[in-house]
Design a protein around this ligand. Structure first.
Ligand SMILES: Cc1cc2nc3c(=O)[nH]c(=O)nc-3n(C[C@H](O)[C@H](O)[C@H](O)COP(=O)(O)OP(=O)(O)OC[C@H]3O[C@@H](n4cnc5c(N)ncnc54)[C@H](O)[C@@H]3O)c2cc1C
Length: 285
């Protein structure tokens, strides 16, 4: 592997200076679980990395008046184990707990999971149904982007050169909200998703507002408004089947090393049906 320079700033000002060094390609570095394999394999070329883990606030996981603040360098294992996240944002904990292996989860950060922008990443679908907002910072200041506008294509996001994701804000769902994240992969344990589905039902006006997001079946995660509309009117067996078919119609999977598109279409329908049924069962309790 080619050597590269390593910087570890303690302030954002210093970080932005490194990230915008003239004539240099400087990558932000968090857990390095995506960076190192991609750099080693020549997918990414860099002159240097800017380790962002010592920047203020990026390791924080706390409730604020706006909702849950998840700093960009919060680990998957921290999200999965946090009693606060489990109590109010359970679907995110479920996504985090199926990322890779225990070793990977102890390094991998939420910011890295988002910025890599792999369609099969496990935290974006939960963030979609939770209506998360991504917070970005650069020399020009701070901006906020709804997570549904953050990903623009496979491995592409709205993050500009010299800009960092500092964290995500996730509004607190109303009491009685139920969520489920289901991931299908070739083998149990450490493997990437063939298809993933996040489902959330949040109480509203005496009924439920349903939200569904799919992963690994389009260039970016996608919401399924048609299925959400069907379920928001009722969730008997026929409506669940209809919603699952709507999810299949919305998906745009490809054939790749992990699966054929035909199999993925089938699995979108099956997994959506299964996840919605699980949520419906929880609502009965
Ligand atoms: C064995 C193995 C199994 C895996 N299994 C899964 C899995 O099941 N599910 C899954 O979703 N992922 C999986 N991954 C991928 C990976 O672990 C995750 O995507 C992880 O969350 C990346 O986070 P990181 O902190 O390691 O990112 P890094 O590798 O540090 O960074 C990744 C990219 O994001 C950029 N970046 C990082 N943080 C920021 C920031 N705050 N602002 C701007 N840019 C930033 C970096 O410059 C780099 O381009 C696996 C990886 C391995 C090695």
């Amino acid at each position: 592997m080619q050597p590269f320079d390593y910087y570890k700033p303690k302030t954002f000002e210093e970080a932005f200076d490194y990230l915008t060094l003239p004539g240099k390609t400087v990558f932000p570095l968090a857990g390095a679980t995506d960076f190192i394999p991609s750099y080693r394999d020549g997918v990414w070329q860099a002159d240097a990395v800017c380790d962002i883990k010592a920047l203020p606030g990026v390791r924080d996981l706390r409730e604020t008046p706006e909702g849950l603040w998840v700093g960009a360098c919060v680990l998957m294992s921290e999200l999965a184990r946090s009693p606060l996240v489990r109590a109010h944002w359970e679907v995110l904990a479920q996504g985090a707990e199926v990322v890779g292996s225990e070793q990977v989860r102890n390094r991998a950060t939420i910011g890295g999971n988002m910025c890599t922008a792999s369609p099969c990443a496990d935290t974006p679908p939960p963030l979609y149904v939770l209506d998360a907002v991504v917070v970005l910072k650069s020399k020009a200041g701070e901006r906020r982007v709804p997570v549904t506008e953050f990903f623009t294509f496979v491995r592409k996001t709205v993050v500009q050169k010299g800009e960092l994701v500092t964290g995500v804000i996730i509004p607190k769902p109303p009491a009685g909200t139920v969520g489920e994240y289901h991931k299908l992969s070739r083998r149990q344990g450490c493997d990437l998703s063939l298809v993933s589905v996040a489902v959330l039902a949040a109480p509203r006006n005496g009924g439920y507002d349903w939200r569904i997001a799919l992963g690994a079946v389009a260039p970016t995660p996608i919401r399924v408004p048609d299925a959400e509309a069907i379920l928001s009117k009722g969730w008997d067996a026929a409506s669940i089947d209809e919603a699952a078919k709507a999810a299949e119609k919305t998906a745009k999977p490809i054939t790749d090393v992990r699966s054929s598109d035909v199999y993925r279409y089938e699995m979108v329908r099956n997994l959506t049906r299964r996840a919605v049924r699980s949520v419906a069962e929880k609502l009965k309790k």
